[in-house]
Design a protein around this ligand. Structure first.
Ligand SMILES: C[S@@+](CC[C@H](N)C(=O)[O-])C[C@H]1O[C@@H](n2cnc3c(N)ncnc32)[C@H](O)[C@@H]1O
Length: 261
């Protein structure tokens, strides 16, 4: 399957889990909260399942999860961890019949897809009850980090690393969630060198379109500011749940408006 370079997760599949891990007890609490909206007697779809970060623990808890992804390598890592029902498929054209699933998970997917609206429509087509997501907010006023400096400097040099689509964490601004659950706030002191290493290796998808010369220049500046330091990072973690009918109303409204234009 041809994957656009900017969203080709094959390149980070081997290190994805270690760089995106959600520390305990937050991860377990997020699963516990999501579980309240899922039904063990029904099928659930994880769209952009990746390495099965969420789907695999839910399968272990006895849920009938199916995952789709366009990255063969991400799915391969998932399968090596025991992920079952992993399907190589594009979220823009989900290979299942209408209303096959009770609920779906969409975690860190929609920001990668320029046609996020079509993906949302597809997600709604195959689902009956809920769409769930897990999001982390890193407020700028609480975080001074190599990542933010990298973003600021690349933007100054004309490389906007704007998301291609709509981050799920911005969806509550468009459609009121049915539930908005605060999981907790991560407060960590981390070694800046470790974060700089990740940036240098371009492990974040927002970096994949930055030209090499700009990337190198910015990394040097980030190193001169942060190398050898410890940084405090704060993230606020949420689970959002939408009812499929509320999202369908939003989609119909937007579709009707664009027909009138
Ligand atoms: C940031 S990862 C998130 C993975 C997983 N949901 C998680 O939270 O760990 C994004 C995933 O979406 C997948 N993806 C991107 N565009 C996709 C598409 N059009 N259809 C299916 N999967 C897609 C990528 O291959 C990648 O595995």
């Amino acid at each position: 399957m041809e994957i656009p370079e900017r969203i080709d997760f094959d390149r980070v599949a081997d290190i994805y889990d270690e760089t995106r891990a959600v520390p305990e007890p937050f991860f377990t609490k997020a699963l516990d909260v999501m579980e309240r909206y899922l039904d063990k007697q029904e099928r659930i779809l994880d769209i952009g399942v990746g390495t099965g970060r969420f789907a695999r623990p839910f399968q272990k808890r006895g849920f009938d999860m199916v995952g789709i992804d366009i990255s063969e390598k991400m799915l391969g890592v998932g399968i090596s961890k025991g992920l079952r029902n992993a399907v190589l498929a594009d979220a823009r054209c989900i290979p299942f019949k209408d209303k096959t699933f009770h609920s779906n998970l969409s975690v860190h997917l929609l920001h990668l897809v320029p046609d996020w609206f079509e993906v949302l429509q597809e997600a709604l087509r195959v689902t009956r009850a809920y769409l769930l997501t897990y999001s982390q907010f890193w407020p700028e006023e609480e975080n001074v980090s190599p990542n933010l400096l990298y973003e600021e400097l690349t933007t100054k040099l004309g490389c906007e690393s704007e998301p291609l689509g709509l981050p799920e964490k911005d969806l509550p601004d468009l459609v009121e969630p049915y539930a908005r659950e605060h999981i907790g706030s991560r407060r960590e002191t981390v070694l800046a060198d470790e974060r700089i290493g990740r940036l240098e290796n371009r492990i974040y998808s927002g970096q994949w379109s930055i030209p090499d010369d700009i990337h190198k220049r910015v990394i040097e500046e980030v190193k001169s500011t942060f190398a050898g330091k410890k940084i405090r990072m704060v993230a606020h973690l949420y689970v959002f749940v939408w009812r499929i009918e509320d999202l369908n109303d939003y989609v119909s409204l937007i579709t009707d408006e664009s027909l009138q234009d």
